[in-house]
Write a protein that binds this ligand. Structure first.
Ligand SMILES: CC(C)(COP(=O)(O)OP(=O)(O)OC[C@H]1O[C@@H](n2cnc3c(N)ncnc32)[C@H](O)[C@@H]1OP(=O)(O)O)[C@@H](O)C(=O)NCCC(=O)NCCS
Length: 216
C-alpha cells in the first residue's frame, strides 16, 4: 500500500509517497530538471525498473501529476562487495529538482522512507561519491556538499562508516554511511563489519587514523 504525506511548501502542496508501484510511477510525469544521474526520461525508466527488483522501493515527492524528487532503495550492484551481504540494501539515489530545493523535501522524503518497518530488517547503506554531486546548481564546494549530505542522512540516523571500498577511498570527500535496522542479527552486523576492510594491502588502522585526523 502506498503511504502518503501531504506536505505544504511555499511553492505548493507536495505529496510524499511510497513505496510506489511501477504502474503508478508510469502514469506520472518527471520534472525535466531531474537530470542529476541521467536524462529525466531515462531516470523515470530506472525508477520503474527498480520497483521490479527484489526489495526495490521508490519514494517520491509529487506536485500535481509531476514527480519533483525521489529516493531509491535497492540491493547493491552485483559488482559491489556489499552485494555479498544478504541484509544490505542501498539507498542508491536521492534527487530533488532544482525547482524544488531548499524546501526540506529531501529531509521529508527520507523521513517517510525510513518509517517503513521493512528497513528494520536491513543494513541500509549509501555510497556518497562526489562526482555525482550537483556542485553547480547548489553552489557548494565538494566538502561543503559532503557536510550537507552527512547531515541529511544523519537526520535518519545513518552514520559514517570507515571502509577501504575503492569507490570510497578514490576521493577524500567520498563517504559510506549506514543505518543498522533494529531486527538485524548480531551475526549480520559482524559480517557487515568484516566486509568494511577487505583490501589486504591497506592497513585498516591507517585508514581509520587518517579518517580521524582529517576530521571526517
Ligand atoms: C542534496 C539534495 C538532495 C538536497 O535536497 P533539498 O530538498 O534541497 O534538501 P532540503 O531542503 O531537505 O535541505 C535540508 C538541509 O540540507 C542543507 N542544504 C540542502 N541544500 C543546501 C545547499 N544548496 N546549500 C547549503 N545547505 C543545503 C540545509 O541545511 C537544509 O536545511 P535549510 O534549507 O533549512 O538550511 C539536492 O540538492 C539534490 O537533489 N542534489 C542533486 C542530487 C544529489 O546530489 N544527491 C545526493 C547524492 S546521491
Amino acid at each position: 500500500m502506498i503511504r502518503q504525506i501531504v506536505y505544504h511548501t511555499p511553492k505548493g502542496v507536495v505529496y510524499i509517497e511510497g513505496p510506489c508501484p511501477g504502474l503508478y510511477l508510469d502514469r506520472l510525469t518527471m520534472n525535466s530538471k531531474l537530470t542529476n544521474f541521467r536524462p529525466a526520461k531515462k531516470q523515470k525508466e530506472a525508477l520503474i525498473m527498480i520497483t521490479t527488483t527484489p526489495h526495490g522501493m521508490i519514494y517520491i515527492a509529487r506536485h500535481k501529476k509531476e514527480i519533483v524528487g525521489y529516493i531509491t532503495f535497492h540491493r547493491p550492484d552485483e559488482s559491489s562487495r556489499w552485494f555479498n551481504h544478504p541484509r544490505v540494501l542501498e539507498l542508491g539515489g536521492i534527487e530533488i529538482s532544482p525547482d524544488w530545493r531548499r524546501l526540506k523535501i529531501a529531509e521529508n522524503i527520507l523521513q517517510a522512507g525510513f518509517t517503513n518497518p521493512v528497513l528494520e530488517d536491513f543494513i541500509v547503506i549509501t555510497m556518497e561519491i562526489s562526482w555525482y554531486w550537483d556542485t553547480g546548481n547548489t553552489k557548494l564546494d565538494t566538502f561543503a556538499y559532503r557536510k550537507v549530505l552527512c547531515n541529511l542522512f544523519g537526520s535518519v540516523d545513518m552514520q559514517k562508516i570507515p571502509t577501504d571500498d575503492p569507490d570510497i577511498t578514490e576521493h577524500p570527500a567520498n563517504v559510506l554511511m549506514a543505518r543498522i535496522g533494529q531486527n538485524v542479527s548480531s551475526g549480520d552486523i559482524t559480517l557487515f563489519e568484516s566486509m568494511c576492510f577487505q583490501n589486504k594491502d591497506i592497513n585498516a588502522e591507517n585508514v581509520l587514523n587518517n579518517y580521524q585526523l582529517r576530521g571526517l
